[in-house]
Design a protein around this ligand. Structure first.
Ligand SMILES: *[C@@H]1O[C@H](CO)[C@@H](O)[C@H](O)[C@H]1NC(C)=O
Length: 339
């Protein structure tokens, strides 16, 4: 296995992933693609693309390509960490299946990215280029947790993308994207199982939006990443969970920067499953020079909250119809909780 990996990857744990990867990603030759295909257990999609696309459709493809690049960088780094004996990244006995599964994930994400970039080029738009990324993980447990939260966020956002494709007449892109969404759901089940959870999270997964995914992924990308400037989506200010709610204490503690925006009248909004977003007032806990800490009720029992919840601070208290409605009023966010 490690011979194959060293041939595939061009990474070092300390310096992050360097592109292009050894297999040619993001621009593999036809021969290199064959090799990526064999590790990904399949082939690049050869479904035909429509002749035209809406402006929003271009944004959708750019966001998907950006998202897949982040995934490729993350899983490249994770495979390197797992196979190079990096401290904190030792697997337990009985976990021999993990590396081959993550290698397949990496290669599948590469094909998703190549696919999205090929579609952009088909429509006469520049492909997305990878940049450098910094991931907030220092152990295999952190990495699997981060992968599960981000994959859940991606799955939710793909609902928003598919809805947007439908609304803009880009029906020719729907089938291929749904095939990716299901595939990412399989990945998510694996990450959940590794955390001792039941693989299948909810009957109806939480829907998110393109805007929330863009803001969440920007946090790991180099702020100067040129490719991101071409994506016509708003970015919100960062929001973090300082203390997660638990069954004995249905309260969440959130932090955000005091420097970014007028923070006088914000509401916290929770989007969970396919239900109307829940709005609660925030209670100021402390304000230092640059960091604001607030608490809010996290009404998990009252609203049967489970699985992924998307948290945003909005400039007005709603009511909101859905995640996309919440995004229109969001100032800080998203943060995520998975119960
Ligand atoms: C890989 O390990 C390095 C060193 O501990 C760490 O900084 C980085 O975040 C890790 N990345 C992943 C994706 O596991």
């Amino acid at each position: 296995m490690s011979l194959i990996l060293h041939a595939l990857l061009f990474t070092c744990a300390a310096c992050g992933v360097l592109f292009p990867l050894k297999d040619g990603f993001p621009d593999p030759s036809p021969l290199q693609l064959l090799s990526v295909g064999s590790h990904s257990l399949g082939t690049l999609s050869s479904g035909s693309l429509p002749a035209t696309i809406s402006t929003e459709g271009i944004t959708n493809l750019q966001l998907l390509a950006f998202n897949e690049m982040v995934a490729v960088a993350f899983f490249s780094e994770l495979v390197a960490n797992l196979t190079e004996g990096i401290e904190g990244f030792n697997l337990l006995p009985g976990q021999d299946h993990v590396v081959p599964a993550i290698v397949a994930t990496l290669q599948q994400e590469e094909l998703h990215a190549v696919n999205a970039n090929a579609a952009l080029q088909h429509f006469g738009v520049n492909p997305m280029a990878p940049c450098t990324y910094t991931f907030p993980v220092a152990s295999v447990e952190d990495a699997i947790y981060w992968a599960s939260v981000v994959t859940a966020a991606v799955l939710g956002a793909q609902h928003g993308v598919i809805q947007n494709l439908a609304e803009n007449g880009d029906v020719g892109l729907v089938q291929g994207l749904v095939s990716i969404t299901g595939q990412e759901g399989e990945q998510e089940g694996f990450f959940r199982e590794l955390q001792g959870k039941i693989p299948n999270e909810l009957p109806f997964l939480t829907s998110s939006t393109r805007e929330f995914l863009f803001s969440a992924l920007r946090r790991v990308a180099d702020p100067l990443c040129a490719s991101l400037e071409g994506i016509s989506l708003p970015s919100f200010f960062p929001l973090d969970v300082a203390i997660f709610p638990d069954p004995n204490s249905p309260i969440i503690t959130l932090t955000y920067s005091a420097l970014e925006a007028d923070c006088s009248s914000l509401s916290v909004v929770y989007t969970n499953q396919q239900n109307p977003p829940i709005v609660k007032p925030i209670m100021f806990e402390s304000i230092t020079e640059d960091l604001i800490t607030v608490k809010a009720q996290f009404p998990q029992d009252e609203f049967s909250i489970n699985g992924l919840t998307i948290i945003a601070l909005t400039s007005q208290p709603g009511p909101f119809k859905d995640a996309s409605d919440v995004a229109k009023a969001t100032v800080f966010g998203p943060a995520f909780v998975i119960l």
